[in-house]
Ligand binder design. Structure first.
Ligand code: NDJ
Length: 592
């Protein structure tokens, strides 16, 4: 059976009333229509939650200058409702300001409000406080959040005078084990309730029959996603099985890929990306490039994956994307720009015809202690003398995710989820045992997203089950923001020893506040704050990322900048950190 994939969209002679705006699907001519004329979008993903507000305009302009006519945007629920019932759309969370900038820049918007978004973002965008509810069922309707968000978004719909041309419901739901059509129907009802009947609602799923079968729903336009290792024709044939008519759409064409700690920096070939983009566009497909600008997982916002084992995503979301993490154009961007330019040169512009779219017995985890991110301290005493090295065991793999162990303040070593479930300890009965537990980001994809953090199971020392824990949520971010740590350390030049230690210093202002990249050469693993901003995690010993991006707006050009480093394992005797003019994202395991 031959299959016509060309999506010719001939120019119909329709006069559109000046003040009527519409964006719809033309099922007869297999394309989108904008104000009655054929429309093919060339879009790029950009996540405002990963870029300082001061740089949004810069990134959007660069995307426009590349030739894009649309952007695709995730809205992370936990970014806007970190604490239940407290909605935050200010500053770096000012979504409407971002939409307005895009509008001013001439970019249309494909909005993806989830409520689950995946995105290598903490718990796929779902707020950690959901896990406080016993027996919570994740990926469920989230009516209050959707009411709050979608009510805000309605005026931004294209047909209402804004720039949102379509809205995605959920995210690759077909990849989730549940395959619950009633959940998707409930979301569909909510989206229509708050957004009205006109906006295009769509789904995106991976390029397999199972994913498309479980992720699609009558009334939601089915789109597909795939990268450079895919046969375009085969993928669009699969989409056609679910949408026999209407535009061909690749909603996530992977221009790069994500990095996990300990793995090689991802890289996707520029020639492959530009060649496939050109082929899809010449078939008349609408394409969104994922990512076009990746940005950074500041603070604790990185997610994690769990296939054979837990794998935490690194701080940089550079993604080997056309615009680098710091917003610099790459050769990949230039190649993409040429592809799009050629589309225009051959008169395939959109105006013509577009081709061919806690005094417990057992430790409590984070959310029960009302701390969702970062670090928790679990403290108890040794039940007996252990003069000889004695195994401390997490029998149920209950370390979520890394534990730094000290006895009477002397560092003993570390334990790690999936990979280091036992270590040796010595001490006297009654000695203080401290376990500092680090949350390395909640799983954002697949069946394990209900990813609770902390000590989730008993620890056993020799033959003794350890109990009588005291639990301390460590709000280090507040301590840094209030300068409590500088005061605590002033004058006490502590020896750089092993184990968790806070270091602070100042970066003298140079009259400039430009972008820079901090390199912690010889350090092991920890967290960095510049002034009161938590830059994210560093782990040069494991790589591949060796530097952390420091956006200029985080620095002062006139005042000394406070730098705070929480080193979790071992600091170098020199205790220096470097501020460089370029990133280093591709060295697995630092070469000290
Ligand atoms: C390692 C498994 C990654 C699963 N995620 C996949 S396939 N992806 C699809 C997902 O929709 C998007 O949010 C991103 O998470 C993207 C990967 O960058």
């Amino acid at each position: 059976m031959t299959f016509v994939l060309l999506s010719l969209c001939l120019l119909p002679v329709i006069f559109v009333l000046a003040d009527s705006r519409s964006f719809s699907i033309d099922y007869k001519n297999n394309c989108f229509q904008k104000d009655g004329k054929p429309f093919q979008y060339i879009s790029g993903s950009i996540h405002y939650s990963r870029i300082p507000r001061e740089y949004w305009k810069d990134r959007l302009l660069k995307m426009y200058m590349t030739g894009l006519n649309a952007i695709q945007v995730y809205v992370p629920w936990n970014f806007h409702e970190t604490v239940q019932g407290v909605f935050n759309f200010a500053g770096d969370r000012d979504l409407e300001y971002f939409l307005n900038l895009a509008n001013q820049t001439g970019l249309l918007v494909i909005l993806r409000p989830g409520p689950y978004i995946c995105a290598e973002w903490e718990m796929g965008g779902l707020p950690a406080w959901l896990l406080q509810k016993p027996n919570i069922i994740l990926r469920s309707p989230a009516s209050e959040w959707l009411a709050e968000l979608l009510t805000k978004m309605r005026p931004w719909l294209y047909q209402n005078g804004g720039n949102i041309i379509s809205v995605q419901v959920e995210n690759e739901y077909g990849s989730y084990f549940a395959c619950d059509y009633n959940y998707m129907r409930h979301l569909h009802t909510l989206f229509r309730l708050f957004l009205g009947e006109d906006v295009i609602l769509f789904t995106t799923d991976g390029n397999t029959d199972k994913e498309m079968i479980c992720g699609t729903l009558e009334g939601l336009y089915a789109t597909i996603d795939f990268g450079t290792d895919t046969n375009i024709t085969a993928a669009f044939i699969r989409q056609r099985r679910f949408e026999p008519k209407g535009p061909l759409v690749n909603s996530e064409f992977y221009t790069g890929w994500l990095d996990h700690w300990g793995e090689k920096h991802a890289s996707v070939d520029t020639v492959k990306v530009s060649k496939m983009l050109g082929e899809m566009l010449s078939m008349g497909a609408s394409v969104n490039m994922y990512m076009f600008e990746g940005g950074t997982n500041f603070g604790y916002w990185n997610g994690a994956d769990h296939d054979s084992r837990f794998r935490s995503v690194v701080t940089s979301y550079d993604y080997n994307a056309p615009l680098s993490e710091a917003g610099d154009p790459t050769d990949k961007l230039l190649a993409i720009r040429d592809v799009i330019k050629n589309m225009w040169i051959y008169g395939l512009g959109f105006g013509a015809w577009s081709w061919l779219s806690v005094k417990a017995g057992l430790s409590l985890c984070y959310v029960n202690c009302v701390q969702y991110y970062g670090f928790m301290l679990y403290r108890t005493t040794l039940p007996r003398n252990v003069p000889e090295p004695t195994p401390l065991i997490s029998p149920l793999n209950g370390i979520h995710d890394r534990a730094y162990v000290s006895v009477n303040g002397v560092y003993q070593g570390l334990m790690e989820r999936d990979t280091a479930l036992v270590m040796n300890v010595t001490g006297q009965q009654g000695d203080q045992l401290d376990i500092l537990v680090e949350n390395m980001g909640r799983i954002n994809f697949g069946s394990y997203i209900n990813d609770k953090k902390g000590l989730l199971g008993n620890l056993i020392l020799g033959n003794d089950v350890l109990t009588d824990w005291s639990i301390y949520p460590l709000d280090i971010d507040t301590a840094v923001a209030n300068g409590w740590l500088q005061a605590a350390h002033s004058g006490s030049a502590m020896e750089a020893g092993d184990g968790p230690m806070i270091y602070s210093g100042t970066l003298k202002s140079t009259g400039l506040a430009w972008d820079t990249f901090v390199k912690l050469n010889g350090w092991t693993k920890g967290q960095v704050w510049v002034n009161e901003v938590n830059l994210g995690r560093y782990w040069p010993q494991r790589g591949p990322q060796q530097t952390l991006y420091v956006p200029g707006p985080f620095l002062s050009a006139t005042q000394p900048n406070n730098i705070t480093v929480l080193e979790l394992e071992r600091a170098p005797s020199h205790r220096r950190i470097l501020f460089m003019d370029r990133p280093q994202l591709n060295n697995t395991g630092q070469k000290t």
